[in-house]
Design a protein around this ligand. Structure first.
Ligand SMILES: Cc1cc2nc3c(=O)[nH]c(=O)nc-3n(C[C@H](O)[C@H](O)[C@H](O)COP(=O)(O)OP(=O)(O)OC[C@H]3O[C@@H](n4cnc5c(N)ncnc54)[C@H](O)[C@@H]3O)c2cc1C
Length: 553
């Protein structure tokens, strides 16, 4: 092949990216059309297609610019006259993308209870660009808006909510959520920030927050210790802190912006609060409950959606590249080893998509306030399990995509994959690390009859699936996974060493079940083949602790 022909093949690959990645995503549209009434589907089709085109034509080129080191957000603590502003400035391209994102309605729909399918679809499409610079603010704003709508007193809701759900980016206020402190992110109960009662219903917040994404936000959701002798997470309240009061920064200084591996378009800072005026979100003694059940769970759901979008993009890039790229005189898609990799990516991406939309169905009902008690139990399991499983799968799938593109896959301006890879790793950490989410699931299984709900729901879904060979083997795998989960409940030492393996296995089996139900038995079968290794040998379980401890001595 000549130089020109090789370059033409690469150009053809770049050109092949769909102008409307919603229209070309038959699997996504099939999930939505099975779930939604025709009228709602029609409206979503139009909204999603318009936004998908904007993702390709407006957001992609903008993100490519503002995610580069020279165009990252900058901290401006003072203005030209030396007055404190504590502001963050962005490249104009960042705001150009933001206008398109906000115009999609992804955030404004927070004001329409029961819009989870729409919000998930829009975030998934945005994540095809791995665009955390706005995906994170969208997620944080939706979480705060939900918390205000569902938990806050009427005066607090009226004061703060409407500005958050304005679809006009140039006037809308954006939300952030600050829980993590320098002494620990997983251990939120170690929060040392304090909230002291002030006039009326307001509090004054003092202390440090260590990871503050959307450092430019207009409203901060903040956890802080409230007066009383309650320790750990039980002593935390949840508050909304407006950025500015009477034109001045409201009792905070932005120490610095962090230089991050991924999500670089996003401004993440460290903030010191000194007597920042704050309004409680929900009852003060239920602060941690509000933070987890509304704000963090919204973020976990959206992180899982974002991870599924990242996987879909990696698959599109790799499949089309393998079609256009030749080696040894043939398109590389003809090599069985490449085909196997593409099939692994495809099955993982499909499994993740089906699992996050099973979660989205619950989100939709909970947000519309029509959920059953059993929905709440299943949601409690699925929101943590999906974020845990899919954020890890995303990193693996993007890495496989980079492998298919070869050395070119590592080049920043050759494809979006390096950025997706860096972002996927961040998605793994925030909103709960793997161990923390697995521990949360285990704790919930102990406290509530969730395992029964999981068993009933997954068995019923599998029973409803069209007949296929994989169905019988899935029943056996599901039984084994549930048995192992039960063993973790009966044997704390076993659980401490093995629960992550058990959850990995159960999660992949759940993905395969949803694929089967959707009439995708081939993808289900391949997913099990490539990803459902239990990761441990039950025969040698008892030796694991001794072996690990010996290795680390
Ligand atoms: C780019 C970025 C932006 C972020 N933005 C925000 C933000 O806006 N607001 C916010 O509040 N936070 C934010 N975070 C913080 C994030 O939520 C935390 O990093 C995360 O919760 C983990 O906390 P940590 O980093 O302190 O890790 P640690 O809590 O120190 O954990 C370190 C390791 O120990 C493991 N570990 C901890 N406890 C246990 C246990 N009991 N059992 C087994 N293993 C355990 C963890 O799984 C992890 O692997 C952001 C993080 C990143 C990377």
């Amino acid at each position: 092949m000549t130089y020109d022909a090789a370059r033409a093949a690469l150009a053809a690959w770049r050109e092949s990216f769909p102008a409307d990645p919603y229209a070309s995503d038959a699997m996504l549209r099939s999930i939505l059309s099975r779930a939604l009434e025709p009228e709602r589907m029609e409206a979503l089709d139009e909204r999603a297609s318009t936004f998908a085109r904007d993702v390709v034509s407006v957001i992609a080129p903008a993100a490519q610019r503002y995610e580069q080191r020279l165009h990252l957000a900058e901290l401006n603590r003072f203005d030209a006259l030396g007055q404190r502003t504590e502001s963050v400035s962005f490249d104009p391209a960042y705001h150009e993308a933001g206008r398109a994102v906000w115009a999609s309605g992804a955030v404004a729909l927070s004001n329409v209870p029961g819009s989870a399918y729409e919000q998930a679809t829009l975030l998934y499409l945005l994540s095809l660009e791995g665009e955390a610079g706005h995906a994170c603010p969208v997620t944080c704003t939706i979480g705060l808006a939900r918390a205000l709508r569902r938990s806050a007193s009427s005066p607090v809701r009226e004061r703060f909510l409407s500005a958050l759900v304005d679809p006009n980016y140039d006037v809308a206020q954006r939300g952030a959520q600050f829980l993590t402190e320098v002494q620990g992110g997983s251990d939120v109960g170690a929060n040392a920030c304090v909230a002291t009662p002030d006039e009326g219903e307001t509090y004054l917040i003092t202390g440090e927050k260590w990871f503050c994404s959307v450092a430019d936000a207009d409203q901060f959701f903040v956890t802080a210790r409230v007066p009383g002798d309650r320790t750990g997470t039980r002593g935390l309240g949840s508050f909304v802190v407006p950025r500015v009061i009477d034109g001045q920064p409201n009792g905070f200084t932005l120490r610095r912006l962090k230089d991050k591996l991924g999500t670089r378009g996003l401004a993440s800072g460290e903030i010191d609060f000194v007597a920042a005026r704050a309004w409680p979100v929900g009852p003060i003694e239920e602060g941690f409950r509000t933070a987890v059940s509304v704000v963090l769970n919204t973020s976990r759901w959206m992180t899982a959606i974002g991870s599924a979008g990242i996987m879909r993009r990696a698959l599109i890039e790799a499949r089309s590249f393998a079609h256009f790229r030749e080696a040894f005189g043939v398109p590389i898609e003809e090599f069985p080893a490449v085909r196997r990799t593409l099939a692994d990516m495809s099955a993982a991406s499909a499994g993740a998509l089906h699992l996050v939309f099973a979660l989205t169905e619950l989100e939709d009902r909970i947000d519309a306030d029509v959920e059953s008690d059993d929905d709440l139990l299943y949601h409690r399991f699925l929101v943590n399990a999906a974020k845990y499983l899919i954020s890890r799968q995303a990193t693996s799938v993007v890495r496989l995509g980079i492998e298919v593109l070869g050395g070119n896959g590592t080049i920043e301006d050759f494809s979006v994959l390096p950025r997706l890879y860096r972002d996927a790793i961040v998605y793994e950490s925030w909103e709960g690390t793997h161990n923390v989410l697995a521990a949360q699931v285990l704790n919930d299984l102990h406290r509530l009859p969730i395992l029964t709900t999981v068993a009933t729901r997954l068995n019923a879904t599998l029973d409803d699936a069209p007949k296929s060979e994989v169905k019988a083997s899935l029943h056996r795998r599901l039984d084994a996974a549930l048995e192992n989960a039960q063993r973790c409940l009966d044997d704390a030492a076993y659980a401490a060493w093995h629960f992550r393996d058990v959850l990995d296995h159960l999660g992949v089996v759940a993905e395969a079940i949803y694929l089967c139900e959707a009439g995708e038995p081939l993808a289900a079968d391949h997913l099990l083949l490539s990803f459902a290794s239990p990761g441990y040998d039950p025969e040698n379980d008892d030796e694991l602790a001794d072996r690990v401890n010996a290795l680390l001595e």
